[in-house]
Design a protein around this ligand. Structure first.
Ligand SMILES: CC/C=C\C/C=C\C/C=C\CC/C=C/CC(=O)SCCNC(=O)CCNC(=O)[C@H](O)C(C)(C)COP(=O)(O)OP(=O)(O)OC[C@H]1O[C@@H](n2cnc3c(N)ncnc32)[C@H](O)[C@@H]1OP(=O)(O)O
Length: 276
C-alpha cells in the first residue's frame, strides 16, 4: 500500500466558489484520500461559466494535493448534468463567451489528463456536455433508467473534435460516428451494451460504492506508475486540444454566434419547455 503525503490528509471538506453560491463541493475521505466532487447547480447542473471555474479550481487543487482518486457525481438523483448551459450561448456580456469556452477547455484538459484515477458516478441523465464530463473519466457507473449521449446534432450544433475523441476513445470510431451524426441518447442498458458505461447501479449509494470499488483496484499500484501510464495513453488526445486551443475557441465563437445556430437553439429551448 502506497502512503499518501500528509498534506493530502490535511484536506478534509471544502467548498469551492468565486461567488456566494457553491456550485461544486469537494469532500476528501481522510482514510482513502479519495475526493468526491459533487456538482450542485439545480435544477439540472447545466454548466455555466461559474460552475466551470469552480470545477477547474477543484481539479487543480486535487492535482496539487495528490488526491488518490476522484468520484464525480451530481447532488441530484435525476440529472448528472444537462451539459453546457444553453443560456451562455446567447449571452451578450462582452468577453463572457470567450471565458466560458476557455473554462470548458480548461476543465476537460484537467479532468481528462488528471493524475488521479477518475470515476464518473452518473447518478442522473447525462446529455452532451454531461456525457463529455463522464467520458473524461476512466470509469463510468450509471443509475438505471437514465440517458447519456452526445446529442449536439439535435441542437443543430457540431461537437468539437475533442468531444468526438473522448467518445471514440471509449466506444470506437464506427459507433461514435453513428452516435454523433444521429445525436443518439442511449438508455443506461444500451450504454452498458456498447461499452459507453462500465456498470449499472440501483441508486446513488450503490453507484458511489461501485465507484469506490473501482478505485480500490489502485490501492496496491504505485501512483507514479499508474499516472504515467495514463499520461502515455491519454497524452496525445490532450495535446491535440492544447496545441489548437485558439483555433478551437474561434471555431466555437464563429459557429455559436451565427444566425442559423442561434435560431436553432431558440427553437430547441422552446421545445424543452413544451416537453413539460
Ligand atoms: C463548423 C463548426 C466547427 C467546429 C465546432 C466548434 C464548435 C461547436 C459549437 C458549439 C458546440 C457546443 C457544445 C455544446 C454541448 C452541450 O452541452 S449543449 C447542451 C445540450 N443539452 C441538452 O440538450 C439537454 C437538454 N435538457 C434535457 O434534455 C432535460 O432538461 C434533462 C433530461 C437534462 C432533464 O429533464 P428534466 O428533469 O425533465 O428537466 P427539464 O427539462 O424540465 O429542465 C428543467 C429546467 O432546466 C432547463 N434546462 C435543461 N437543460 C438545460 C441546459 N442545457 N441549459 C440551460 N437550461 C437547461 C429547462 O429549460 C428547464 O427550465 P425551465 O424550468 O423551463 O425554466
Amino acid at each position: 500500500m502506497f502512503l499518501r503525503r500528509s498534506v493530502t490528509l490535511a484536506m478534509s471538506l471544502k467548498n469551492y466558489s468565486s461567488e456566494a453560491k457553491n456550485l461544486v463541493a469537494v469532500a476528501v475521505n481522510n482514510q482513502t484520500g479519495v475526493a468526491t466532487v459533487t456538482l450542485q447547480r439545480p435544477p439540472v447542473n447545466s454548466l455555466n461559466l461559474e460552475l466551470l471555474n469552480e470545477l477547474s479550481s477543484a481539479l487543480t487543487e486535487l492535482e496539487e494535493k495528490k488526491a488518490r482518486g476522484i468520484i464525480l457525481k451530481s447532488s441530484s438523483d435525476s440529472v448528472f448534468s444537462a451539459g453546457l448551459d444553453i443560456h451562455e450561448f446567447s449571452n451578450t456580456e462582452e468577453g463572457r463567451l470567450k471565458k466560458f469556452w476557455t473554462a470548458l477547455q480548461d476543465v476537460w484538459i484537467k479532468l481528462y489528463g488528471h493524475s488521479a484515477p477518475t470515476v464518473a458516478c452518473i447518478n442522473g441523465h447525462a446529455p452532451a456536455g454531461g456525457c463529455l464530463l463522464a467520458l473524461s473519466c476512466e470509469y463510468r457507473v450509471m443509475l438505471k433508467q437514465k440517458t447519456i449521449g452526445l446529442n449536439e446534432t439535435k441542437l443543430g450544433i457540431v461537437a468539437p473534435l475533442w468531444f468526438i475523441a473522448s467518445m471514440e476513445n471509449v466506444i470506437g470510431r464506427r459507433l461514435t460516428e453513428l452516435s454523433l451524426t444521429t445525436g443518439k441518447m442511449y438508455t443506461t442498458e444500451e450504454a452498458l451494451k456498447i461499452g459507453l458505461i462500465d456498470e449499472i447501479a440501483e441508486d446513488t449509494n450503490d453507484a458511489v460504492s461501485k465507484s469506490e470499488n473501482f478505485l480500490k483496484l489502485f490501492q496496491n499500484i504505485s501512483p507514479f506508475a499508474r499516472s504515467q501510464t495514463k499520461k502515455f495513453i491519454r497524452g496525445n488526445t490532450v495535446q491535440s486540444l492544447v496545441k489548437t486551443r485558439e483555433a478551437d475557441l474561434k471555431a466555437f465563437i464563429d459557429d455559436i454566434t451565427s444566425e442559423k445556430v442561434q435560431k436553432g437553439l431558440k427553437v430547441y429551448m422552446e421545445s424543452l419547455k413544451k416537453g413539460k
